[in-house]
Design a protein around this ligand. Structure first.
Ligand SMILES: CC(C)(COP(=O)(O)OP(=O)(O)OC[C@H]1O[C@@H](n2cnc3c(N)ncnc32)[C@H](O)[C@@H]1OP(=O)(O)O)[C@@H](O)C(=O)NCCC(=O)NCCS
Length: 403
């Protein structure tokens, strides 16, 4: 019997549709597991793959407002992608990606956005690695900032309900400056960022929420867990920083000093940091941060002219010969300029696959970098430099949460 991929017709169908991914977390999903997804996804954004009456695969997307250099764009944030091991490598993911990207196009969302469980999966569907992301794991003895600074900071530990207002104020101030960040509703804060149900801790400590105040005003916050453990009577536990954000240099210093100075742990770990995080310059022993880099978010331009119109472009135009096997409506020759992106018959100056545009879109990579890695071809001299000038970016993209 052929496998059929179809959108959900009602909210009640969403949980069964996304159940395959829970297999890989070792969980039989219960309704509370759905709180992170069901309220945020229209049924028609969620696809189920059925073998007869049995659901064997599923995926769904969040409607996101994504910060890009110089603006924001609507993006489909793909998540909960899973195919049961009984049905792997029969083309079910391919069919689901077809349904998802056609749906994204119909909705007029110009960009696809995701975190990949494995770096090998999404390139073939036109997604390009769009940022690099780092983790740190620093021994307490080296967890210091330099030079030491006078601080006027006050800190408050808050419960879930009291955290939403101050944290969302801080986040809202910074997210528009950071390509890669996404808008968060109060429900997103409550259900996806601050909630700490037992079943999601997976052996880790409870979620701790601290807000940093300067003169009574929230200027930063951190979400973290203490993973306590002992060996021979001494702690080998660590602070696990899930998200730490400050509105500027002073706030970044204060929040990281707070995290570095927490007593009775052996290490401080943090995840999903951008490549240009100020901590790399503020730390007294940057090498000891053990900053480990891997691919971050992935971007797919679903509608090339609309996606480029949402992003700041500057400098002289460039003609790009674009290939796009999975979404052929994007393929062809485009004249890209600050005034707009149009089809052209002029000679191509650069040639690349749509994944390359995804990689430069948020500013995580340059055309010249991609050319050095064989992902872009310069057809006429000087075109790479012009393309980089056309896609300015003044900071590394940062998405502090894995959706
Ligand atoms: C990743 C996953 C969804 C793939 O589903 P699938 O139905 O087996 O994939 P398909 O059969 O449609 O494969 C499509 C193509 O992707 C390739 N592919 C799929 N998964 C891959 C992987 N993990 N690594 C490398 N290539 C992969 C296939 O080889 C195939 O290429 P081909 O058409 O050139 O042969 C499935 O293996 C899974 O559920 N994995 C565990 C959960 C997970 O990682 N989900 C993704 C969350 S971001």
């Amino acid at each position: 019997m052929p496998i059929e991929v179809a959108a959900c017709a009602s909210r009640g169908e969403i949980m069964p549709a996304i159940s395959p991914i829970f297999h890989y977390f070792g969980i039989h999903p219960t309704p509370p597991d759905g709180d992170r997804f069901v309220p945020f996804m229209e049924p028609s954004r969620v696809f189920a793959a059925r073998d007869g009456r049995t659901i064997v695969g599923g995926c769904g997307s969040f409607p996101l407002e994504l910060t890009v250099p110089g603006g924001v764009v609507r993006a489909a944030g793909l998540s909960v992608v899973g195919v049961l091991p009984t049905h792997r490598r029969r083309g079910i993911l391919r069919d689901m990606m077809r349904a998802h990207l056609d749906d994204t196009r119909r909705r007029g969302e110009p960009v696809g956005y995701l975190w990949a469980s494995e770096d090998t999966i999404y390139g073939q569907f036109g997604y390009g690695a769009a940022s690099l992301s780092g983790n740190i794991d620093v021994a307490k003895a080296h967890a210091r900032l330099a030079p030491p600074h006078e601080s006027r900071a006050e800190f408050r530990m808050l419960d879930e309900a009291a955290s939403i207002e101050p944290m969302s104020r801080v986040y809202e101030r910074v997210r528009r400056e950071h390509p890669g960040m996404i808008a968060r509703s109060a429900d997103w804060w409550r259900l996806r960022r601050l909630a700490d149900p037992e079943h999601r801790r997976m052996g880790a400590g409870v979620l701790l929420r601290v807000v940093l105040l300067h003169e009574g005003e929230p200027q930063g916050y951190a979400l973290y867990r203490l993973n306590q453990q002992f060996e021979g009577g001494s702690t080998v536990g660590y602070v696990n920083v899930i998200e730490a954000i400050g509105t500027g240099l002073e706030a970044a210093r204060d929040i990281w000093r707070f995290l570095f100075e927490i007593d009775w742990v052996a290490r401080v770990k943090a995840i999903l940091l951008p490549l240009d995080h100020p901590l790399l310059l503020l730390a007294a022993r940057p090498r000891e941060l053990r900053f480990l880099v891997h691919d971050g978010v992935w971007v797919r331009l679903v509608d090339v002219p609309a996606a480029l119109a949402a992003r700041r472009l500057g400098g002289d135009p460039v003609v790009i010969e674009l290939s796009d096997e999975f979404c052929p409506w994007n393929a062809g020759r485009w004249r890209v300029s600050a005034a707009g992106t149009e089809r052209t018959t002029a000679a191509a100056e650069l040639a690349c696959d749509v994944t390359a545009l995804g990689s430069v879109y948020l500013g995580g990579f340059t055309f010249r970098q991609l050319a050095r890695g064989g992902r872009v071809q310069e057809v006429s001299d000087g075109a790479l430099a012009r393309a980089d000038a056309l896609f300015p970016a003044d900071r590394a993209p940062w998405c502090p949460e894995n959706f």
